[in-house]
Design a protein around this ligand. Structure first.
Ligand code: SF4
Length: 451
């Protein structure tokens, strides 16, 4: 698994660097993307109401979901309300976040993922391990065996073209016979009610045009005020994610058009913790994220642990800051994620919308630590912080320690400290404190020169 991952992330990383180097004003584009997102987030409620009015005017229906449970119920009710027990899906991390597939299956609605990698994950009963390449942990031989086992495919090779053909033949039937599709959204334009999905395979285009009913589940942070605001993101996103100059398929739709495409359109606006993220002055920049996955591909921790180690649909650096915030810092596993980083800053450098991930990580570490009940280690750390905060306190503590160390010092070193401190000397000796500290020696020298 680690070999697959290293190979894939290294390849994508190198291609991305070349694609980004082609754009002379890349830094200005990043600034522009960040500024548009920040301006939208500061006016989010107004933009969402404008979006609702525009979608309604264009013949669609907007639904508001406060949490995952509400979103799941809305989608399941809509599918059954349209008389269907089957849906096809465009790759959507928001629907993975709310565990929509399992909820639909529980209500007797069969789900087919149409993105090749998502289909592989679904057929394997697995979970995604990368935002962009959900089956990055699987190699071609494993996929061939999976298709043979689950689709009954006769495959004498694991050539990518043959594997894709098997999936294409299976999915084509689904596209032509399934009446309801579920998608996510990369962006939505408030002024026109237009929703946008970008992808590489064309499966998304099939899903948003062929079925009679289209249901889109979108995080509320994906709204943009104007058409013109999309332009920078259509340059930032493909180069940062797939290292392409533009996405092979960019689909836009606004409500419904009689006689053309789905004749019913539902937009589910998902909060699920996002407004709380918005309320955090440091954490709110997380909502700029356009899910490009560039931060995953440069992260030394992600490269070694893989996506599943994060226990969330959002792996890597973005997962380490988004998941704990969406879960309101109330989940013990998610609360360890801000420590899954060396704080090297590679993610910040790569992020096309300049999310300062290390800054958010440090802020979250502080919040998690502050919320913990004080244990022995916590008391020791607080005491140390108090001592280190003022030079006179620190020097006083050193003088006391020098007096107290006497019985413990043997041959110039302390070999065994008492109590909990014994953990330190269990594997190493502690040099004894010298008779005078550097500061004291320096003071003596300065005083001697002046005398
Ligand atoms: S945090 Fe930045 S680099 Fe990471 S997925 Fe989001 S937009 Fe991309």
């Amino acid at each position: 698994m680690r070999r697959n991952l290293r190979h894939a992330t290294t390849t994508i990383r190198e291609k991305r660097e070349r694609a980004v180097a082609e754009v002379p004003d890349w830094e200005r584009l990043r600034d522009r993307g960040a500024a548009i997102k920040d301006a939208t987030l500061s006016d989010l409620a107004e933009q969402l109401l404008t979006l609702e009015a525009s979608v309604t005017r264009a013949g669609g229906t907007v639904h508001w979901a406060r949490d995952a449970e509400e979103a799941r119920t809305i989608v399941a009710d809509l599918v059954q309300g349209h008389g269907s027990d089957e849906v096809i899906k465009v790759k959507s991390i928001a629907t993975d976040e709310i565990e929509l597939n399992a909820a639909l299956e529980q209500r007797g609605i069969h789900v087919t993922e149409t993105d090749l990698a998502e289909l592989i994950v679904q057929l394997a009963g697995d979970t995604p391990s990368h935002i962009l390449v959900p089956a990055i942990h699987k190699n071609r031989a494993e996929i061939r065996a999976l298709f043979q086992r689950t689709l009954g495919a006769e495959l004498d090779t694991d050539e990518p073209a043959r594997l894709a053909e098997v999936a294409r033949l299976y999915l084509r039937e689904k596209f032509l016979t399934t009446r309801v599709a579920v998608s996510g959204a990369n962006f939505a334009v408030a002024e026109s009610g237009t929703v946008c999905v970008v992808e590489s395979e064309g499966n998304g285009r099939m899903c948003v045009t062929l079925p009679e009913v289209l249901i889109t589940v979108m995080g509320i942070e994906k709204v943009l005020p104007r058409w013109a605001d999309i332009a920078p993101f259509l340059q930032l996103l493909p180069r940062s994610s797939t290292a392409e100059r533009m996405n092979p398929y960019t689909s836009f739709w606004s409500g419904v058009t009689p006689g053309d495409g789905p004749q019913a359109f539902h937009l589910v606006l998902l909060d699920a913790g996002r407004t709380d993220v918005l309320a955090d002055p440091v954490g709110r920049q997380t909502l700029r994220c356009i899910r490009c996955s560039a931060c995953l591909n440069v992260c030394p921790v992600y490269e070694r642990t893989g996506g599943h180690a994060y226990g969330s649909v959002y792996p890597g650096p973005i997962g380490a800051i988004l998941t704990p915030q969406l879960l309101h810092l109330e989940n013990d596993n998610a609360n360890t994620l801000p420590w899954a980083s060396s704080l090297c800053g590679a993610c910040y450098d790569a992020c096309p919308v300049k999310i300062n991930i290390p800054e958010v990580l440090i802020s979250l570490r502080g919040q998690v630590t502050a919320a913990k009940p004080l244990d022995v280690e916590g008391v020791a750390m607080k005491t140390a912080a108090w001592l280190f905060a003022e030079p006179h306190r620190f020097e006083g503590a050193i003088r006391l320690a020098r007096l107290g160390q006497g019985p413990l010092v043997k041959h110039g070193a302390i070999h065994a400290l008492p109590g909990l401190l014994g953990g330190w000397t269990g594997t190493r000796d502690l040099p004894a404190l010298p008779p005078k500290s550097f500061r004291e020696l320096w003071r003596d020298r300065v005083n001697g020169e002046q005398a």
